[in-house]
Ligand binder design. Structure first.
Ligand SMILES: [Zn+2]
Length: 101
């Protein structure tokens, strides 16, 4: 096993995922670290309801387990997001521009 395993502390964090990431029908293509430190992992699609029924809380460790590439962006700072166009594409990190967070 790798000595670089994510810290238990990070794996215990709660994160928000969309229904597609939860049922693993789509890969994670968008990860957001909110200003309060919460993680959001989504498929990047624009077909989500803006209601709480589309979003679920799971341990961050599960997200990493389902999508190991997400481990590449665990260094994301608060207020940053990482996006990729496909699972084979590199992550592109940018500052959150939304003013309503
Ligand atoms: Zn989704």
């Amino acid at each position: 096993m790798s000595a670089e395993a994510p810290s238990a502390q990070a794996a215990d964090l709660a994160s928000y995922v969309c229904s597609h990431v939860l049922d693993r029908s789509r890969p994670v293509l968008l990860v957001i670290r909110e200003y309060d430190g919460d993680w959001i992992a989504a498929c990047g699609g624009d077909d989500h309801e803006q209601s709480s029924e589309s979003w679920f809380v799971v341990g961050w460790g599960h997200v990493l387990e389902w999508n190991p590439a997400v481990g590449d962006i665990e260094t994301l700072e608060r207020g940053e997001e990482a996006e990729r166009s496909a699972v084979t594409a590199p992550w592109v990190v940018s500052r959150l521009s939304w003013c309503n967070l």
